[in-house]
Write a protein that binds this ligand. Structure first.
Ligand SMILES: NC(=O)c1ccc[n+]([C@@H]2O[C@H](COP(=O)([O-])OP(=O)(O)OC[C@H]3O[C@@H](n4cnc5c(N)ncnc54)[C@H](O)[C@@H]3O)[C@@H](O)[C@H]2O)c1
Length: 326
């Protein structure tokens, strides 16, 4: 007979709390995506603009009867305590006349402050950074929090990889989940598509196309990558910001962590060794689970891809140095 006194007490099973810092377009949409998955019992929104966070929390809470129950509120830093994951989407957008470097320096200051506060109130949490420039800010968050590299993850090329899969799926007329490919390196202009490992149904893209009487037009496929890489510019031209796809991606990372799924995804983290790259945050496929980023999976790249990855690492390193000098 089970000893009732041995029944685990409530504190042994803490409620799953997710904190979202920055309740702007990306943060609020991410909270909505998390809400829809049902993985969080509690979602707290923290924003420098408290009124904005309150409005978003109220609106989100009213969706719960249609979605899943979750307690959602606009909180302060004390409420971040105990969060399983702290998603950071706080930052300022580019002001007219402001250079990318000036924006990076400004957001780096915000990130230092957020990472330091997070470490103080939630020393065991996992930081998930989305604010741009995301690779640079992941490195800043790593340093300011003092967390081990496994607990500081940037969204990196998670979104670029998703965009690439969606566009290739459209081209080959299959489910985007059936297209396997990664974009690695910087989340930005120097990112690298890994064509050599792209596959559908386990067949390299070129072989898949040949076997199924479909085209493999190199110029058109190169164009698909360019559209992927430049998608943010095209969307921002049209609607001013991007947030749905990144929000779905961030919610997916949160789910992989909370449910300990050991999911392979391209996210940014400290790379120190693979491909001779040292002390830079950039994206490679990695296994994500309860402990955060469990391990990076270096890929078997061809020579051109490897060179392009090293170049991308140099670009990010220069940007990190620029921010540190500021
Ligand atoms: N990584 C990606 O793939 C990806 C995709 C889209 C957007 N982004 C980035 O996400 C960030 C947010 O974008 P957005 O469209 O939501 O911007 P937004 O302006 O709508 O929201 C930013 C929010 O951050 C808040 N904020 C500013 N400083 C803060 C601080 N110190 N503490 C708490 N909150 C603070 C602001 O009040 C605002 O509500 C930007 O840096 C953007 O470039 C990244």
């Amino acid at each position: 007979v089970k000893d009732p006194s041995a029944t685990p007490r409530h504190e042994d099973h803490p409620t799953t709390r997710i904190a979202v810092i920055g309740a702007g377009l990306v943060g609020a949409t991410t909270a909505y995506a998390i809400l829809r998955t049902g993985i969080a019992a509690e979602i707290v929104l923290v924003d420098a603009n408290q009124t904005r966070a309150e409005g978003e929390a109220m609106d989100l809470a009213h969706a719960t009867p249609f979605e899943r129950p979750s307690r959602i509120w606009a909180g302060d830093w004390d409420d971040v305590a105990g969060a399983a994951v702290v998603v950071v989407a706080a930052g300022s957008g580019q002001k007219p006349g402001q250079t990318r470097l000036e924006l990076a320096q400004r957001n780096a200051g915000i990130m230092r402050d957020i990472a330091t506060r997070t470490a103080a109130v939630a020393p065991d949490t996992i930081l998930l950074v989305a604010t741009n420039p995301v690779d640079v800010l992941t490195r800043v968050a790593l340093q300011a929090s003092g967390f081990p590299p496994s607990r500081v993850i940037g969204s990196g090329t998670l979104l670029d990889t998703a965009r690439f899969r969606a566009l290739l799926a459209d081209f080959y007329d299959v489910d985007p989940r059936s297209v396997h490919v990664f974009i690695i390196g910087e989340h930005g202009d120097s990112e690298v598509p890994v064509w050599s490992l792209a596959n559908i149904a386990g067949m390299r893209l070129r072989d898949y196309a040949a076997a199924h009487d479909q085209p493999y037009p190199e110029a058109e496929l190169a164009q698909i990558f360019q559209e992927t890489r430049d998608a943010a510019y095209r969307i921002i031209e049209r609607k001013g910001a991007t947030y749905y796809a990144i929000a779905s991606g961030l919610a997916r990372v949160v789910e992989a962590i909370v449910r300990d799924q050991h999911t392979v995804m391209s996210v940014s983290s400290l790379v120190d060794g693979p491909f001779g790259i040292h002390d830079v945050c950039l994206s490679l496929p990695a296994v994500v689970g309860r402990d955060g980023l469990e391990r990076i999976l270096p890929l078997l790249l061809d020579e051109t891809e490897e060179q392009a990855l090293r170049h991308s690492a140099d670009v990010v390193r220069t940007a990190i140095e620029g921010v540190q000098a500021g």
